[in-house]
Design a protein around this ligand. Structure first.
Ligand SMILES: [Zn+2]
Length: 172
């Protein structure tokens, strides 16, 4: 396993673009994020290959280097991803990163710890569908899952509509 920064900064640029486009009204904008690639396979807890990872740097690292989060990406897998999938992965990993903040006079003000660092957290996945089709067909979904999936399907539908509309525009 080897970690390295993208010297050409393409990785950083893509994540920063995604951040400014999809997280413009999110206090994550107050955090400093470091990006890097890794080489070599990393497995998730369930044995599947890991593509990306978001973690909080240690207090010492945060103080010394000025970064709060580290987002790392599998270099080989990244190379093979389409732009859409890269954007999706960036949205995914950025979603894990939370800055605890409150809106004061229409502005995000971060909560701070006793030493003046912004308060940050990692968010766990909020859509987990590890179920069998037969299970859903016979018993339906749990309430929380139904709500989340209904919203998710609606977003998906809207995204498809937007996608179609922008393709039409390009053709004209
Ligand atoms: Zn994740």
């Amino acid at each position: 396993m080897r970690f390295y920064a993208d010297k050409k900064k393409n990785l950083d640029k893509l994540f920063e673009k995604v951040e400014s486009r999809y997280f413009s009204d999110n206090p994550i904008r107050l955090a400093k994020i470091m990006y890097c690639f890794w080489e070599g396979d990393q497995k998730q807890a369930d044995g599947r290959l890991k593509i990306g990872e978001a973690r909080i740097l240690s207090l010492r690292e945060r103080d010394l280097y000025g970064y709060d989060f580290l987002i790392s990406v599998d270099a080989d897998i990244w190379k093979g991803l389409s732009l859409t999938d890269k954007i999706r992965l960036a949205v995914h990993e950025l979603n894990h990163c939370i800055v605890v903040a409150a809106i004061v006079k229409e502005e995000w003000i971060p909560k701070e710890d006793s030493e003046g660092r912004i308060k940050i957290k990692l968010k766990k996945h909020d859509v987990n569908v590890n179920v069998f089709r037969y299970e859903i067909e016979t018993c339906g979904l749990y309430d929380g899952e139904r709500k989340t999936l209904t919203n998710t399907l609606e977003w998906d539908r809207q995204a498809l509509v937007r996608d179609k509309a922008s393709k039409k525009k390009k053709k004209q």
